[in-house]
Every structure is written in structure tokens, then in C-alpha cells.
Design a protein around this ligand. Structure first.
Ligand code: PEP
Ligand code: MN
Length: 345
């Protein structure tokens, strides 16, 4: 349920409604909007009686939220959400490019790739330190040392960093060393981990599970918001289908579907989405044309020597060419590269 305040409602009136909600043992989520404040209510197991709130001072109307996800819904918040990662804005028109190696391998490798992706125009540096691999015998990542390298290199090149957390212990380390927490496809429905992310004070990049519906993706995001963390970016990274010409089937219609239903930014990962280097740039351009809020792209300066996902890694010059092409596409959907903004700011 959503309590919509009048445009003229005072802070005290908003606080009084919040107190009333909490006195009933429920959770109140004040959501400031361009015109007015709305207060989302969660924690109720059955329907609530609107009369509990509609006569309180400053209340315009009380409306039921029809979707099972409440806080991520556009019904609750019509305006696009802006997420800030370090100094980088994502969403609400700001198109982000997150790039870097699949895995942090060495300091030298991470530094070389970071410098190259920064020069290419990427905004956020990625690099996995805790790797969810299909085989227990495959490279599992450098763990804590990997995060330390990523943090050091990110500071050196002046880019915020994102890395994946696999469980509660790695989440604590990612929160300590990174600007954004990545939750991977395999953990999208790890509800305990999602709740921990909801209590963390860092933005979250939530990747779609490989067999997750849009509703399941949005419900996973709802877990994070319901714990109080509203800084969530969604990511389409391909789903499992019968098709075998790509590693996964990149579902670009998911971007359009999510943007209709939710105010959260959604970016696209054409690296895991296709699994093949020659397919990454065309699908990245398609993602930009469809209206995604950004890209996550794996890059390696020596892909044949990469310890994971070398076959889908772009060379730095391929990323640079792609980013140069984006300004031709982004105005179609009212978006702009973040560096264009900082160049003119
Ligand atoms: C990744 O981005 O490093 C990754 C493992 O991706 P996904 O969770 O989408 O498979
Ligand atoms: Mn990878």
C-alpha cells in the first residue's frame, strides 16, 4: 500500500504518518518525488484498511499497489531512480559504462586494463575476486587480495570499483573495498544474501538469474529495497534457452519490460550475454539503442592468457571504438554518456 501525501504536506505530517505505520508493527518507506512524498508500506501479510491512514493530516490518497513487488514498482515511484556509485551517476538519463577484466589476476594485469578502459571512456572499473565457477577446479579468484588490488588500482586511475560477493563473508569484504556490490546471476535468488545487501551502505548491481522471469528479478530487488537500501541497478546478462550460437540468450526485451514496471536503472552485459567476442559490440550497440541505462563489458589486454572468460573479452581498442559510437545512439532514448556531462559541467 502507498500513502500519497499532498504537495503541501509538511515534514511533521510525513513523520506522523510514518509513526502511525510503525505503531502498527509495519515498515514505512518515505519516497521523495518531484511533486510530493509517497510513503510505501511493507510488512503486512494481508490487505490493509485504507481508512487507517486516509484521514491523517497531509494525506492526499491511499492506494493499493497491485504488483507483488512494491518499492521497486513505478506505481510507488513514477520517476526514474538515480543511483550514485562513487561520484558516478547511473540512471535518469545517465548512461554508464562499467568495464574491466572478468577476474582480477595480478596487480599488473588489473592496472594495465584499468588504464586502458579509463582512456577508452569507461566510468566504473569491474573485476571479480570471488568467482562463481562451474568447476571447483577452475580459477576461483584471488579473494581478499583481489579486492585490495582492485581498490588500489581504482584509486590510482580515479574510477569507482565493483566486484561480486558470493556469501556473507565476501560481502563484508566487498563493502569494505568496493564502491558497489555485485550480486551475480547464480545468487539472484539467494534471499539471505539479498537481505544482507539491503542492510549494506553501498549500491548494489543485481544481475538477472539465468532462468529468472522479470517478476522474479524485481522480487529479488524488492528484498534489497525492503531492508532500506534503495540504490539498486539491475542487469540483463542473458538467459538459458535452447539456442547454442551464444553462451546465453541476451533478452533485450527485458530492458523495455523492466523500464515499464520499475523505476530502477537497468544495464546490459553483452559479454556474458553472448560469450563470444565478435558478438559483444553489436549487442552492446543494440542495448544502447533499446534504451538501457548502461553496459557492463569484460575487457582484457591479453585475452588468450585470461584466467577466466577470455573468449568474450574485448580488446581495449574495441571498447574505445564502441564508446565512440555510443553518442550516435544514445540521443534516441534521451540518454547521454557520463563523460560528456562532466566535460560540459
Ligand atoms: C560476472 O559478471 O563476473 C559474472 C560472473 O556474471 P554472471 O553472474 O552474470 O554470470
Ligand atoms: Mn566473466
Amino acid at each position: 500500500m502507498l500513502v500519497v501525501m499532498t504537495a503541501a504536506a509538511t515534514k511533521e505530517e510525513v513523520a506522523a504518518v510514518t509513526e502511525r505505520i510503525e505503531s502498527l508493527g509495519l515498515k514505512a518507506h518515505p519516497i521523495p518525488g518531484a511533486q510530493r512524498v509517497a510513503i510505501g508500506i511493507t510488512g503486512n501479510t494481508g490487505a490493509l484498511n485504507p481508512a487507517l491512514f486516509e484521514n491523517l493530516p497531509g494525506v492526499l490518497e491511499v492506494i493499493p499497489v497491485s504488483h507483488p513487488y512494491k518499492l521497486v514498482s513505478r506505481e510507488t515511484k513514477p520517476e526514474d531512480t538515480l543511483v550514485r556509485v562513487g561520484g558516478v551517476p547511473i540512471g535518469a538519463g545517465h548512461f554508464v559504462v562499467i568495464a574491466g577484466p572478468c577476474s582480477v589476476e595480478t596487480h599488473e594485469q588489473t592496472a594495465a586494463i584499468a588504464q586502458a578502459v579509463r582512456a577508452a571512456g569507461a566510468n566504473v572499473l569491474r573485476g571479480g575476486a570471488f568467482k562463481p565457477r562451474t568447476s571447483p577446479y577452475a580459477f576461483q579468484g584471488l579473494g581478499k587480495r583481489g579486492l585490495e588490488i582492485l581498490q588500489e588500482v581504482g584509486r590510482h586511475v580515479g574510477m569507482p570499483v565493483v566486484s561480486e560477493a558470493l556469501d556473507e563473508a565476501s560481502l563484508e569484504l566487498v563493502v569494505e573495498h568496493c564502491d558497489m556490490i555485485q550480486i551475480g546471476a547464480r545468487n539472484m535468488q539467494n534471499y539471505s544474501l539479498l537481505k544482507y545487501c539491503g542492510r549494506a551502505n553501498k549500491p548494489v548491481l543485481l544481475k538477472r538469474g539465468m532462468a529468472a522471469t522479470i517478476e522474479e528479478l524485481l522480487m529479488a530487488a524488492e528484498y534489497i529495497l525492503s531492508e532500506g537500501n534503495y540504490q539498486v541497478v539491475l542487469c540483463e546478462r542473458g538467459i538459458r534457452t535452447f539456442a547454442d550460437h551464444t553462451r546465453n540468450t541476451l533478452d533485450l526485451a527485458a530492458v523495455v519490460a523492466v523500464q515499464r514496471l520499475s523505476h530502477l536503472p537497468i544495464i546490459v552485459d553483452p559479454s556474458h550475454g553472448t560469450g563470444k567476442r565478435h558478438k559483444v559490440v553489436p549487442m552492446a550497440r543494440a542495448a544502447a539503442a533499446v534504451g538501457a541505462d548502461g553496459l557492463m563489458i569484460e575487457v582484457h589486454h591479453e585475452p588468450s592468457r585470461a584466467l577466466s572468460d577470455g573468449l568474450q573479452a574485448l580488446l581495449p581498442q574495441e571498447l574505445a571504438q564502441l564508446i565512440q559510437q555510443l553518442p550516435a545512439l544514445l540521443p534516441l532514448t534521451g540518454r547521454h554518456l557520463i563523460r560528456e556531462l562532466s566535460a560540459t559541467a
